[in-house]
Ligand binder design. Structure first.
Ligand SMILES: Nc1ncnc2c1ncn2[C@@H]1O[C@H](COP(=O)(O)OP(=O)(O)O)[C@@H](O)[C@H]1O
Ligand SMILES: [Mg+2]
Length: 317
């Protein structure tokens, strides 16, 4: 064994090592001869690479599995939230319906006793006016006045409660005709205040004509009622915004401070005493309910002393 170093005969382990010094031609021919072993090695390399890829792939799959689990968890949470929201919605609809029913029954049933109060106090006044002194007459006047006011309040409340409880279908209607109806209903107030009500081109919309007239009537009625020193000027316009029309009722009245913009749409909320300006505080709440029911929005722009502009949207027809 005399320390001789044996060259490996089969050098398939390191096929090129033994050929490093060989001429390119020799190398070429040997390589051709070695090629089956070389292919094997290459196949092994490919195999390893493939295994690596597979490993990566498995890793990715595990990660994807985790992501999927996380998404499923989120979806489950969402389902929970959805169920909670649906329950809350149902509860809200139920309590709204109850409130509507209550407002309807209360206002309807209150009308009758109220009619009795006002007709009997009026009877008292007319039958016994010779026997009554000034003080008694004044008391009777207050009683009749209170009963009349309450009748107004109740009929407004009835209107309000009926917005959603007796819905008519939304039809293709002419908003100009609805404005005409509102202006006719406001005839006395317009004449008395020398108001000038004008309008631009008004479109066909998808709406309940009676309710749209109520919206115009309340907004124009307010525009006339909350007037300043100038005689009232009200201008009604509409502008197309995609699938909706944006209406605007603009006045030259006393204006409103921005901090009250939300409050005035709440039922019974008023910014003035009844002595300054009469009213029940239902008008704008009614407008909002009607516009809501139509799937629209109502809001305003105003500044004290600079008039107000009330906007609302309706679906184009
Ligand atoms: N055009 C307007 N100009 C100034 N203030 C207004 C106008 N419209 C409404 N307001 C304010 O909003 C309040 C609520 O209006 P509304 O609900 O119609 O009730 P009401 O007319 O019975 O007072 C009013 O009391 C008034 O203070
Ligand atoms: Mg009003």
């Amino acid at each position: 064994m005399g320390g001789a170093i044996e060259e490996p005969i089969d050098s398939s382990d390191r096929p090129f090592d033994g050929l490093r010094s060989a001429s390119p031609i020799l190398r070429g021919s040997v390589m051709a001869e070695l090629s089956p072993g070389h292919e094997l090695e290459r196949a092994e390399e490919y195999g390893r690479a493939l295994l690596n890829i597979l490993e990566d792939f498995t890793g990715e799959r595990a990660r994807a599995g985790e992501t999927q689990k996380a998404i499923l968890n989120i979806l489950e949470d969402l389902d929970d939230e959805k169920a909670k929201m649906e329950a809350a919605n149902l509860e809200l609809r139920r309590s709204n319906a109850e409130l509507e029913q209550f407002a309807y029954v209360a206002s309807h049933d209150l009308q009758e006793p109220l009619r009795m109060i006002s007709s009997y106090t009026q009877l008292l006044e007319s039958r016994y006016k010779d026997q009554l002194d000034e003080k008694a007459k004044r008391y009777i006047f207050y009683a009749v006045d209170g009963a009349t006011r309450m009748q107004g309040l109740i009929s407004d409340l009835l209107l309000y409660s009926r917005v959603g409880s007796h819905p008519r279908p939304l039809l293709r209607i002419d908003s100009h005709a609805a404005l005409g109806e509102a202006i006719r209903n406001l005839g006395a107030a317009i004449a008395e205040s020398h108001a000038l009500v004008t309008n631009g081109d008004l479109p066909l919309v998808h709406a309940d004509r009676v309710q749209l007239a109520q919206v115009f009537q309340n907004l124009i009625g307010n525009a006339i009622k909350f007037r300043g020193a100038l005689s009232p000027r009200v201008h009604v316009t509409a502008r197309r915004e995609g699938a909706t029309w944006q209406f605007c009722v603009r006045d030259n009245g006393i204006g409103i401070e921005p901090r009250h913009f939300e409050r005035i749409f709440v039922i019974f909320q008023r910014l003035h005493s009844r002595d300054e300006y009469p009213g029940t505080g239902i008008g704008l709440a009614l407008c909002r309910r009607i516009v809501d029911r139509h799937g629209g929005r109502i809001w305003l722009e105003s500044e004290p002393g600079k008039g107000s502009a009330f906007f609302f949207t309706l679906q184009a027809a």
